[in-house]
Design a protein around this ligand. Sequence first.
Ligand SMILES: *Cc1c(COP(=O)(O)O)cnc(C)c1O
Length: 377
Amino acid sequence: MTTLTTTRQALIDLAAVDHNVRHIAATTGVPVIAVVKANGYGHGAFAVAETAVAAGAARIGVATIDEAVYLRQQGLRAPLMAWLHGPSQRFDQVIDLDIEVGVSSFEQLQSVAEASRNRAAGATPTGIHLKLDTGLSRNGIAPADWERAFAETARLVDAGHLRIIGIFTHLSGTSVNDDTQQLHRMLDACALAESLGLHPKIRHIAATAAALSLPEARLDAVRIGIGLYGLSPFDDYTSADLGLRPAMTLRAQVAAVRRVPAGAGISYGFDYRTDRETTLALIPLGYADGVPRQASGRGPVTINGRTFTVAGRIAMDQFVVDVGEHTVAVGDTATLFGDPARGVPSATDWADAAGTINYEIVTRIGARVPRVIGGDH
Ligand SMILES: *Cc1c(COP(=O)(O)O)cnc(C)c1O
């Protein structure tokens, strides 16, 4: 076990990201849109995006235009799309940076077209992907507006104000039946678009779960988020079952070790009391770092090859582990989660302990935790 060079860190294994992109591309057989919104699900958006592109991803996807602008400013040159915008969003910035816009309403279509129409002479019209609501009842153009939006888009494309790149939608993942119904609505919508003179190059619907489990939903591209990071979107399949490698390892140096008598109360509210003389290890990670307080008394931590459980409440900056008579020293590495193939807990174990999903565990890792790039475990 190497000694950490920082008090706490999220070790980001870009070789795992590279593997996951190649594995999913090979499994699905269609181009991958690598989703790096929310700082790459906490892993670092730019490093993940660059790795994904080098591994063959065709396009990068983020939620907001600010996220896309950041990636361009860092130097990302691959095709890049952003799909969630508030009513005050301005679209002038996307032109020079060649950011493709996911368009979710007739009003957005007009705002994007207006900005693109006013672009500098010689600049390329903004590329768009029309986002349809096929049943998730969230973001996307409502079915009642499809015909009008398609016709207007075709007109704007013919007039040279916009380029149409894609049509897409997002699944609920409720059941194969529900997802298949959405797929059929999507295919009908694409036929309607074609009949109105609109010819998108790529139709995309599947995120990681459908990309891996519903082959007919792969269409012309798959939008892969959680799978990039090596985590499973399914309750009943692990990363290893899917051939994926978790990319983030969250760990810290044991900051203090203390011998206490039986009956010692631990952390706020004394939810945990020692039932014998024992040794406590202090781990300098707390809910400010994204360690969920809901996992108090339940979250697993591996130290020196042995897995313990958080004792008492997780505080803002720290928590305690009761290590009994096991040898633990200040400076030893405590691993909260990583690749279970290496004998440590998984992000999913923490999700289970906190009553949430692995997506939330990695995405919420706080800004105070340095992301350290490397595969050196
Ligand atoms: C976040 C997101 C994805 C990625 O989903 P995963 O389940 O993480 O693969 C794909 N498409 C859209 C529209 C999203 O918002």
